[in-house]
Write a protein that binds this ligand. Sequence first.
Ligand SMILES: Cc1cc2nc3c(=O)[nH]c(=O)nc-3n(C[C@H](O)[C@H](O)[C@H](O)COP(=O)(O)O)c2cc1C
Length: 128
Amino acid sequence: MLFEVLYVSQLSPHVALHAVGDIARQCRVFNKAKNITGILIFDGSRFCEQLEGNEADVLQLMQTIRQDPRHTGVHVLHQGALDKRRFCRFSMGYTMVDEQALDALSVLTGHDALRTFSALVPHLDLDS
Ligand SMILES: Cc1cc2nc3c(=O)[nH]c(=O)nc-3n(C[C@H](O)[C@H](O)[C@H](O)COP(=O)(O)O)c2cc1C
């Protein structure tokens, strides 16, 4: 079954900003191998990531991501079944946004959160 997760988190204080590019590159390689697609957004201090793929693979990856010390406060805004992929072009699209862009999103849940996330995407200059 296709499954998706949308979460927000905070860059850990001890992690340098340039490490975020390494995270994005690492994601792309792993996600391609697991047929997981999605988009990672970073605003200078917060992450927001949508992941989609086989349910077991996505849930297993979420467990790994939760334990990653490079960020803290992983908070799932939405998770659930998906009819078809939202971002099939991206093994992991990565982009930076300005600091306000994630403010509204991080206090939403469920389909409201997904809608706000999806509305951001057409404006993003994604590096797939
Ligand atoms: C904000 C954030 C998002 C991440 N997203 C992914 C991802 O989409 N795919 C992925 O493979 N790893 C992602 N990672 C990295 C994983 O936490 C982990 O380091 C990586 O999967 C390698 O796991 P391993 O050391 O168990 O092999 C992310 C890390 C952070 C901090």
